[in-house]
Design a binder for this molecule. Structure first.
Ligand SMILES: Nc1nc2c(ncn2[C@@H]2O[C@H](COP(=O)(O)OP(=O)(O)OP(=O)(O)O)[C@@H](O)[C@H]2O)c(=O)[nH]1
Ligand SMILES: [Mg+2]
Length: 445
């Protein structure tokens, strides 16, 4: 678990893994400058100014071998993490960077946990929680469209409107609570109360709309979901195995082999996607079959792309959600039966024919869709749940006013909503939630 005290100095390799021209080790905490200076011997006349950010060149002593390096110092509190920071830049070889990191640890730094730099930025009030999640999304993002959406969120895309609603609610709550304290002087006229009911209902709708825009983005991996569907025996599981390069899915000539669903991450061009194998589409009365069908329908409904599999020996059953994009895949192309109809991608899991063309078509379709995605589409399920609960609380408050319930009842719902919204933007948050969010970061971020 990342530490919530920020008094020690943390260090991590912050350049992407793998060899590169330059690499960097990042430090944050009170001793950052001292530690960086003792690892890098600064060149003559390169004394850093302790009051302002500075860049200095020097060398790192590797058992008598001088290694070129430079250090950037940020002495004050106006840094990303809100505390002194330093970065040591040197040759980007991974073993070398590990040595440099080791020197930092020898001199008193602690190895940073994943996300700990961003956690410090949040704890010092430099960024709010939706921005922290946007940082995470930038790290996670696979396509230019996703990076753009994440950056927009980082600039406060979601926090702004939520904050505005929360401020209004805090005002209303203050009025109501004043009313509670001075019941005898109640000056809340009936028309004012009706207007308040209307305002709250409107806020409830606005929050529900925001929540709706986040819907469906809350998958564990955050990757686009590509779902294999089609009649029993169409060759879905064998195609799944061919595309994932494994033999995890059970393949057999008996129709109805797949009952559960299986998922694996595959690469299509530069895109990573989750590929999901499902049970063949069938309507029998058997309860296990019914369960398999329900699972399949749920997977199909949540798909970013359906691979509608058909083959010469498996008649096509059309029962697919029609609001999902799909590609029609002709399977078992190595066999004699049937001709691939126009517009289908002919494949054979047995010979490997058409698999590259299929990967290309998947990447192209997902990319086209990604650019239509909503900018706030990357925020996690946590935000959405909070917004839904806040919206419900406001709808209750509005209803309570219409039913002329007492102010104390209305105030309870308002307080709930304020708390939920606070949690979304990070104003009121407990350690368990923070830990869950920041654990998902890479080390060095
Ligand atoms: N010749 C040939 N046979 C294939 C190919 N793909 C699948 N088959 C065969 O078709 C049969 C059904 O394949 P599966 O992958 O189990 O079909 P499925 O669509 O997963 O079937 P269910 O799980 O029952 O819905 C098996 O006997 C496979 O070996 C292929 O590309 N070429
Ligand atoms: Mg199967």
């Amino acid at each position: 678990m990342a530490s919530f005290d920020t008094f020690d100095t943390i260090a991590a390799i912050a350049s992407p893994p793998g060899p590169a021209l330059r690499g960097l080790v990042r430090l944050s905490g009170p001793e950052s400058l001292t530690i960086a200076r003792s690892v890098v011997r600064l060149d003559e006349g390169q004394e850093p100014d302790p009051t302002r950010p500075s860049w200095r060149s020097g060398t790192i002593d590797l058992e008598g071998l001088p290694l070129d390096a430079s250090v950037t110092f940020w002495p004050g509190s106006r840094t990303y993490t809100g505390q002194p920071m330093a970065e040591i830049h040197t040759t980007g070889s991974p073993p070398l960077l590990r040595r440099v990191l080791g020197f930092c640890l020898d001199r008193g730094a602690r190895l940073a946990e994943p996300g700990e730099f961003t956690l410090r930025a949040f704890l010092s009030g430099r960024i709010d929680l939706t921005q922290a999640e946007a940082v995470l999304a930038v790290i996670d993002s696979q396509s230019p469209a996703q990076v753009e959406a994440a950056l927009q969120q980082l600039a406060g895309g979601l926090a702004g409107p939520i904050e505005a609603v929360r401020d209004r609610l805090l005002d209303t709550l203050a009025h109501l609570e004043a009313g509670l304290d001075f019941v005898d002087e109640a000056d809340v006229d009936p028309i004012g109360r009706q207007r308040l009911a209307g305002d709250l209902a409107r806020d409830a709708r606005e929050l529900a709309a925001l929540a709706d825009r986040l819907r469906g983005r809350d998958r564990p991996s955050g990757l686009p979901r590509v779902v294999l569907v089609g009649p029993p025996n169409a060759g879905k599981s064998r195609l799944f195995n061919a595309l994932t390069g494994g033999d995890h899915a059970l393949v057999s000539p008996i129709a109805g082999t797949t009952r559960d669903y299986l998922s694996a991450t595959i690469r299509c061009q530069e895109l990573l996607v989750d590929l999901i194998d499902t049970a063949g589409i069938d309507e029998t009365g058997d309860p296990i079959e019914a369960e398999a069908q329900a699972l399949r329908a749920a997977q199909a409904a949540g798909a970013d792309l359906l691979l509608d599999c058909r083959s010469g020996d498996a008649p096509h059953v059309a029962d697919l959600p029609d609001d999902r994009p799909r590609l029609v895949v002709w399977t078992k192309a190595d066999r004699a039966e049937g001709e691939p109809p126009d517009g289908t991608i002919a494949t054979s899991a047995a010979s490997g024919q058409g698999l590259d063309a299929l990967r290309l078509a998947i990447a192209r379709t997902i990319r086209e869709r990604a650019t239509e995605h909503d900018p706030t589409g990357l925020t996690s399920a946590r935000c959405r749940d909070g917004l839904v609960r806040a919206s419900k609380a406001l709808a209750n408050a509005s209803e309570a006013i219409r039913l002329e319930a007492g102010d104390e009842l209305v105030a309870v719902d308002l307080r709930d909503a304020v708390e939920e919204l606070g949690r979304v933007i990070g104003a009121e948050i407990d350690d368990a939630i923070l830990d869950r969010i920041f654990r998902r970061f890479c080390i060095g971020k």
